[in-house]
Write a protein that binds this ligand. Structure first.
Ligand code: AMP
Ligand code: TRP
Length: 314
């Protein structure tokens, strides 16, 4: 048994990965993969809350797994799997449904936002945090590296673990979110949070032309002397000490500053883009998912035996 603490996280397969995913979650995951016993998975049942197209879902699962590998998660050290390969996740989510209340889940930001926008909210969207709690708690997770938007979800998982342990006896560890403060919320090209659903993102594996298109579209209604949205994205790549002289020298010359950003983004993305291209043709993704799914299932199945015995089902 390893004495390392356990880390687990996931990215919903609902679109292309973007640099917000990278700086908010993936970068710290790669840095921490040796320090922790690490698991990264693909929550495809979570994606089903908004994506109802089987071909697209499968495509985005591949996108996320290729992304994990291309940014440097090492499949020899890290357990990688797809949620739907491990039935225990949905089983445990049901059990959690039966101990947490509607009024508690009604506090969820994601649910409240969807309601406020007048969207048709599915039961799955409302219940999303219970499936996520199952994802985290099945694997005795200590830390969950995520961006700021997922903090409440990890707190829900923690509360759920506490309640279960209180009602039925100790079964679950209490997890904690791990958020890199300086990139807790990466801004998009319109200054709002970078997000798949706002279409304001820079794809993590963008070609140079795509990078240039996105950067030229950055909104520059700077009230001061600096184009703040350009600068904020640039700061992900370089320290203030390196950037400030450049921005002072080119005050008012947004074109030059945007060109500098394109240059720096391309230099940062190019090696990962190349890696992804190679992996896409060479890597046995199906084999990786099959093997990862089997290993994850062993862990989840042992945990569920304990849980089933505690609650008094088969
Ligand atoms: P999602 O694409 O919503 O499944 O998010 C995957 C991971 O990326 C989660 O840990 C998010 O918190 C993180 N993430 C997504 N967008 C951003 C952003 N704009 N800034 C920081 N982290 C983000
Ligand atoms: N809700 C997360 C997101 O949208 C994805 C996710 C599902 C997740 N289950 C998880 C993240 C468990 C961390 C741990 O980003």
């Amino acid at each position: 048994m390893s004495s390392k603490k356990k880390m687990l996280s996931g990215i919903k397969p609902t679109g292309l990965l973007h640099i917000g995913n990278y700086f908010g979650m993936m970068k710290q995951s790669v840095l921490l993969q040796d320090e922790f016993e690490s698991t990264f998975f693909i929550p495809d049942y979570h994606a089903l809350t908004t994506l109802h197209d089987p071909l697209m879902l499968k495509g985005f699962v591949k996108e996320v797994i290729l992304g994990y590998l291309s940014v440097g998660l090492d499949p020899k050290k890290v357990l990688l799997f797809r949620q739907s390969d491990v039935q225990e996740h949905t089983e445990l989510a049901w059990i959690f449904n039966c101990i947490m209340t509607v009024s508690y889940l009604s506090r969820g930001h994601a649910y409240k936002d969807a309601e406020a926008k007048g969207e048709e909210v599915t039961v799955g969207t409302f219940d999303y945090p219970m499936l996520m709690a199952a994802d985290i708690l099945l694997y005795d997770t200590d830390v969950v590296p995520v961006g700021q938007d997922q903090k409440q979800h990890v707190e829900f998982a923690r509360d759920t673990a506490e309640k279960f342990n209180r009602l039925f006896g100790a079964a679950f560890k209490l997890p904690e979110a791990r958020i890199m403060e300086e990139v807790a919320t990466v801004p998009g090209i319109d200054g709002r949070k970078m997000s798949k659903s706002y279409n304001n993102y820079i794809p993590l594996f963008a070609s140079r032309e795509e990078i240039a298109d996105k950067v030229m579209a950055i909104v520059t209604d700077s009230k001061g002397t600096r184009p703040e949205n350009v600068y904020a994205i640039h700061r992900l790549l370089k320290d203030a000490s390196a950037l400030d002289p450049l921005y002072e020298e080119n005050e008012g010359n947004y074109k030059a500053l945007k060109e500098a950003l394109v240059e720096d983004l391309d230099a940062f993305i190019a090696p990962m883009r190349e890696r992804r291209k190679k992996l896409e043709v060479e890597y046995d993704i199906d084999g990786l998912l099959r093997e990862g799914g089997e290993r994850a299932q062993e862990i989840a199945s042992a945990k569920m035996s304990d849980v089933r015995a505690k609650i008094g089902v088969r």
